[in-house]
Design a protein around this ligand. Sequence first.
Ligand code: GLU
Length: 341
Amino acid sequence: MEIARPSATPEEAPAARSIDPRTGERLQRIIDQTYARFKDVDDGAVATYIPELGKANPKDFGICLVTVDGQVFTAGDWEKEFTIQSMCKPFAFQMALERLGTEKVLRHVGVEPSGEAFNSIEFDPKSGRPFNPMVNAGAIAVASLLKQRPVQAGVDAFLRQMGRAAGRELRIDESVLASETGTGNRNRAIAYMLLNSGVIDEEVLESLHQYFAQCSMLVNCRDLAMMAATMANIGNQPRTGETVFDFQHIKHVLAVMFSCGLYDYAGNWAFEVGLPAKSGVSGGIFAVVNRQLGIGVYSPKLDGQGNSVRGILACKELANRFGLHAFEFSNVGSSFMQWVL
Ligand code: GLU
């Protein structure tokens, strides 16, 4: 399949607008207010099905916003590290598209929302493929495409590219990796079903290791916001200027995030927040405001669908106050800040 040339290459696209200091101050004020407004919300429960995740401090709450011109705004526990969990999935999908091309990747995973939970054991009845790369089955299929020999080489390649997006070196939390490997029987079951239907090859344990290791990478809110801003910035890291992601695939990854990024809450999220985003069971959420911003939030107490309670509230608030919804009428190109602030 020929990949259509995007209408604007990074060179042709209009330059991102810089944020002046006064706008920056107002932006920081709104982030501080959002943090203060939700920091005492105490609903939800920390995930414990991966035992090591149960050790998270339920009080932690951090917010970070990074603009495409590299300005960073933070509140609360933005430096606190946690494992990326399912938030690795869009990036892994992006890397698989870059390395193998759209046609080959789509032979292994679809792009259809499933409306099911992240760990559902359901496959597209027509194709036998996992529904999309944001559910575990799809992410394991993608991990099997990214794995290398020896397995550590595939994990290292993932860490390197993610580190370039974050703008700092990243590492695996070995205790979470061990915890997840020890208890991930449901994911093992999914992987063997994928082998059975020919979606992944017989190196099942290697594919699972790649997947578990990706999920166990440590990040903080700033890293997530940097990665998101790199996607928003046509694949160029906003502070280092380095091209980290191939822009030709970003629109496809954002489209899948938009329709499938928040587990079985994805439709409500698209309706209310209206941003491509991904959540993870560690309590993080990142969202991409195309050509404008990256947002990273963290708070480990989750709602019934596995999404961070305070994280969702914070994203809703920021989306409302800044007019970030993709179909917001005030959000014209990259001029929303001019309009709102
Ligand atoms: N590593 C987790 C699992 O596969 C990721 C789940 C998530 O964050 O949604 O169970």
